[in-house]
Design a protein around this ligand. Structure first.
Ligand code: FAD
Ligand code: DHB
Length: 391
């Protein structure tokens, strides 16, 4: 098989890239190792930045998001038994975010691709990217029990942190930056209306908690848990009890509503960046190149930024014969990536309690929260980063 752009991975990065290229009249083939049901059910991110919402709309795949997504103009920071609302549009000149789950973004993009006719192969596992330094890179893959080759002009590795694309960049040219955290997130879905109409990010002496939602009738919530925790070690009532304790405030009007828990899983937390994001005609996008801890809700949004940058650059090259943007792809993406890394790290360390935290560390966290909630400049900095840096 032959195509202009071989895309490895049908997560948000690969699927959106296929649509952006199609809009620009550029052909592509998407290879995805898992089956459709798996990709559509994998519970992950929930918050779309303003820029992501704008891109999905402009690409022509935002109709259901606009009907069913929940626009949010604020988030709540909770600490020291206090509540503080961050008014996002007031601090950012009108920018806000949307609650619309990654599962739904992927469902919309898969439906669009399959009805739009572009090739999207499920259960097609890329084995290796070859010839990245040549004008005709190839992806070797396995599909329906047979090995095959996808001949391309360009290959984009959108295959996540555990994918193969990154391994085609020689070690001698790669630089990696990494930090792991001694905790993870236990995430739940529950059939109960969200207890608050905006997201609540809570710092407590018992650790971090996040109250989110998927719809007016479905709550999504997370608890900081020790690294290596098994989700099944937590009984449902224990999870609700712990959320209750970590969300405690001096506000008689506050009550956490409980309901049946329908899903439970643990996510490890890591910061990781691979530089460069390009080698010859192989480009990396999304989690294949970088990971952020989820506290800033940046992972999915960064993936969108990368593929928008690539699609623009390739269109400029093929339409106008201008290779400059392709040449600067890695630098352009990495600038935004490092801002998201900085913000996600700052949010994580401000709100989570490390196992070896001292009383001094606790005071510093409270001082940082005090600063963010009393200085308009500090709060604006948080709101700008949360709603997203420009693509
Ligand atoms: P992915 O979504 O990982 O997609 C990569 C795709 O490539 C997958 O479908 C995979 O099956 C496929 N693939 C892998 N290897 C191959 C191969 N060899 N051949 C073919 N296909 C391959 N972000 C948040 O903002 N908030 C969250 O709460 C949050 N929770 C997360 C929970 C987990 C468990 C993980 C792993 C991530 C979470 N993230 C979260 C991050 C966010 O979901 C990711 O940043 C986002 O999915 C990145 O999209 P992507 O398309 O780059 O990669
Ligand atoms: C969700 C996940 C996040 O990482 C976050 O910061 C906010 C919300 C969510 O899954 O709803």
């Amino acid at each position: 098989m032959r195509t202009t752009v071989g895309i490895i991975g049908a997560g948000p990065a690969g699927l959106l890239l296929a649509r952006l290229l199609q809009n620009a009249g550029i052909g592509s083939v998407v290879l995805e190792s898992r089956d459709r049901a798996y990709v559509e059910r994998r519970q992950r991110a929930g918050i779309l930045e303003q820029g992501t919402v704008d891109v999905l709309r402009a690409a022509g795949v935002g109709a259901r998001m606009d009907r069913e997504g929940i626009p949010h103009d604020g988030i709540e920071l909770r600490f020291d038994r206090r509540r503080h609302r961050v008014d996002l549009p007031a601090l950012t000149g009108g920018r806000s975010v949307m609650v619309y789950a990654q599962t739904e973004v992927c469902k919309d993009l898969i439906e669009d691709r399959l009805t739009g006719g572009g090739p999207l192969l499920f259960e097609a596992e890329a084995l290796a990217v070859e010839g990245a330094e040549t004008d005709s890179p190839r992806v070797r893959y396995r599909h329906e029990g047979r090995e095959a080759v996808l001949e391309c002009d360009y290959v984009v590795g959108c295959d996540g942190f555990w994918g193969v694309a990154r391994t085609a960049i020689p070690d001698a040219l790669s630089r990696t930056y990494e930090r792991t955290y001694p905790f993870g997130w236990l995430g739940i879905l529950a059939d109960v209306a969200p207890s608050h109409d905006e997201l609540v990010y809570a710092r407590s002496d018992r650790g971090f908690a996040l109250l989110s939602m998927r719809s007016p009738t479905v709550t999504r919530a997370y608890l900081q848990v020790p690294e290596g925790t098994d989700a099944d070690d937590w009984a449902d009532e224990e999870i609700w009890d712990e959320l209750d304790r970590r969300l405690e405030v001096d506000d008689p009007g506050w009550r956490l509503a409980r309901g049946p828990i329908t899903a439970k899983s643990v996510t490890p937390m890591r910061s990781y960046v691979h530089e460069p994001m390009r080698h010859g005609r192989l480009f990396l996008a999304g989690d294949a190149a970088h990971i952020v801890p989820p506290t800033g809700a940046k992972g999915l949004n960064l993936a969108v930024g990368d593929v928008v940058t690539f699609a623009r650059a390739l269109a400029a090259h093929l339409d106008k014969g201008d290779p400059a943007l392709l040449g600067t792809y890695s630098e352009t993406c990495l600038r935004r990536v490092w801002q998201a890394e900085r913000f996600s790290y700052a949010m994580t360390t401000m709100l989570h309690r490390a196992p070896d935290a001292t009383a001094f560390d606790d005071r510093i966290q409270l001082a940082r929260l005090d600063r963010v909630t009393t200085s308009r400049a500090a709060e604006t900095d948080l709101a700008e980063a949360y709603t997203g840096f420009p693509f």
